[in-house]
Design a protein around this ligand. Sequence first.
Ligand code: SF4
Length: 268
Amino acid sequence: MPPLKHISVSSLRTFQRCAAQWEFSYCDGWKKPANLNFAIGLAVDAGVNLALREKRDTGKLPEREKIIAETESWWQSNEVELWPDESRKDAVAMSITLAAIMYDELLPHIKPAPGRQSIQEKFLVELIPGVPSILAFMDVIAEDGIHDIKTSATRYNEKKVAHDLQRQVYGLIYMLETDTKEVQFTFDVGVKLKKPVLQSISMPVTEADAEYVLGWIEKTFGQIASSMKSGHFPPNRESFLCSRRNCQYWRECEKRHGGVVHEGSEKR
Ligand code: SF4
C-alpha cells in the first residue's frame, strides 16, 4: 500500500476502535451504503448545509420548506442499508423533524464568520513532521467559534465533550491558523428521542487539549504505520461499536477473520 498523503480524525478514530475496519475502509477502499443512523445524520447535514451556505452568502436563511425538501431529497439520491425491523419512512420523518428543529432553534443564531468559506471549510495541515497532514472539514466557523452539527441517539454530556478528539484536533488546527491560544467549540446535537430535541454544548479547546491531542495523533499514526508495515490489522469484536448493525464490513470481517459478528441492537 502506498504511504498515506493525509489522514482525517475519523480515520484515526476508526483505527483506534478497530484496525480491521480501518483496513477494509482505508486500505481496501471498500465503500458501503450508509446504515440507518448514519443516513439520518447525512440527510440532516444536507438541509442544514444548504441553509448555512445561503445565510453566509445572502445574510438570510432560505425558506424552511427548501431545507425540508433538501433533507428529504437526500434519501432519494443515496443508498441506505436497512435491517428488516428498521423503517425507512420513520427515518425520513426523523431526519425532517431534526432538520426543522435545527432550522427553528439553531440556524437563526449561528453567524458564519465573515471573509472566509466558514461552512464545510477545508483544512489540510501538517501538525507533526513525518506524520501525514490532517484533513479536516469544519461544519461551521462562526463568530463565536467552531460549531459541529450532528445527530445522536443520546444526549451529550460534559465528559464526552471534554474527551472528544474531533473537538481537540479541530480546535488545535484553528488555533494554529489564527495564532490564538483558545477557541470555543460547540456541539449542536439533534437528539433522536421520542420527542427529538436540540442540545448545544460548548467547551473551549485549550493549549492543554492541543498538547494531549498532538501526542495522541503521533502515537496513533505510529500504530497505523506499524500495521501497514506488518500487514496485521486485528479485528476488535469487543468494541462497543462492533456489531452487524453498526459495522458495514461485518461480512468481510467474518470472511477474513472467522467467527460470527453479533447482530447487536445499539443505538447511535
Ligand atoms: S465487524 Fe467488528 S471486528 Fe469486524 S471490522 Fe467491523 S468493527 Fe471490526
